[in-house]
Design a protein around this ligand. Structure first.
Ligand code: CA
Length: 234
């Protein structure tokens, strides 16, 4: 069984919440962090969720990583088309992070700088890589992950959904274990809260989603913040 906790918060600075998240069918979870002028970011992140809901048929589980990637490709086409048809939506885009848990396997597909973590055996592991300029600098060894977290260009994405026809989707699968805790989150969490704080909260909190949001607000709340926490407990 999977215990599910989730929460979103506009934060302390932004006028509206461009994050979107959903549980699509049993055991399929999405976070999306929209970007774009005015309300366009919200449109993009919500379109991603709608496309996922349309494409993921409850009768055809499991959704392997290819099916999850196809959802993101389809959303990319639809968001691009909507942006081309409406000047107010031009330039919108979204991150897309989808996790599907089925029969002791976790399948995922991912674009952008939202993240999937797994907390296992008292340690926090990041499953996804950020598609961001600062992640490239970290990979090259030019800055540390801690410096990336507060870098002035940390918001610059190298891949996003709905922005260009050609883009890359990361995907994969791995076995789950009893006691695993999964975290899906937007960068409004990870820019405000360190991995060790996240670990600490996941290790003992009875309300991990609310506590992670509170930590992001205490850390400055400079962005919308969204978390889904999944505990596999039997
Ligand atoms: Ca964000």
């Amino acid at each position: 069984m999977v215990k599910i906790y989730h929460a979103t918060n506009v934060g302390k600075v932004r006028p509206n919440n461009e994050d979107a998240y959903a549980e699509i069918n049993p055991d399929t979870f999405i976070v999306a962090d929209g970007m774009g002028g005015r309300a366009a970011g919200e449109v993009a992140s919500n379109m991603l969720i709608e496309v996922a809901a349309e494409n993921l048929n409850p009768d055809s589980v499991p959704y392997d990583e290819k099916i999850l990637s196809a959802v993101i490709s389809d959303a990319n086409k639809k968001i691009l088309a909507a942006a081309n048809q409406n000047e107010n939506l031009r330039g919108m885009g979204t991150t897309a992070t989808i996790l599907h848990l089925y029969d002791d396997i976790a399948y995922y597909a991912h674009v952008g700088d939202s993240r999937i973590y797994i907390y296992r055996g008292g340690k926090l592991y990041r499953v996804t890589e950020d598609h961001s300029y600062v992640e490239e600098l970290v990979k090259k060894g030019e800055i540390t992950p801690e410096e990336a977290r507060v870098h002035p260009m940390k918001n610059v994405l190298t891949q996003a959904v709905g922005v260009t026809e050609d883009f890359e989707i990361d995907s994969g699968k791995f076995p789950t274990m009893f006691g695993d805790v999964f975290l899906l989150c937007t960068d409004g969490l990870t820019n405000m809260v360190t991995d060790s704080q996240i670990s600490e909260i996941l290790s003992h909190s009875l309300n991990p989603a609310e506590d992670l949001i509170q930590a992001a607000l205490d850390g400055g709340g400079r962005d919308n913040v969204t978390v889904i926490v999944l505990g596999i407990d039997c």
